[in-house]
Design a protein around this ligand. Structure first.
Ligand SMILES: [Zn+2]
Length: 125
């Protein structure tokens, strides 16, 4: 009888931890912020921004150094690039705030920024 009692408490504890862990994972999942827009910077120059909700296909860069950026279905990816390593192409799509695609040979940085530009205050409140 005593054995059952003490082990029942252990099982309750394990069950509670499982529920807590699941709730935490769910919380992190639903609060993960999808991007509001995509910022592009080439060689430390001016930043160009595209709303991530748009469908855009744009060739970035000049001359021989180009990266083709495609934004669709709320994701951004480099579909084509003239760089030798092709890491930016292989990286695939990004969609969450803080994620970025970097093309080192072209010094190109594509970053997903969170929220809407006009809604900056809303996230602070
Ligand atoms: Zn590249």
């Amino acid at each position: 009888m005593n054995w059952l009692k003490s082990h029942r408490n252990d099982m309750l504890l394990v069950a509670a931890l499982l529920v807590l862990g699941g709730a935490l994972a769910l919380f992190l999942y639903v609060t993960r912020e999808t991007g509001g827009y995509v910022s592009v910077q080439i060689d430390g120059g001016a930043v160009t921004e595209f709303p991530i909700g748009d469908n855009v296909r744009v060739v970035l860069g000049t001359g021989e150094q180009t990266n083709t950026l495609v934004i669709e279905d709320g994701t951004a990816r480099v579909v084509e690039a003239s760089c030798p390593d092709q890491i930016c192409v292989r990286q695939g799509a990004v969609r969450y705030a803080g994620e970025s695609i970097v093309c080192l040979p072209h010094r190109l940085v594509i970053t997903v920024e969170g929220g809407q530009r006009d809604d900056v205050d809303a996230t602070v409140r």
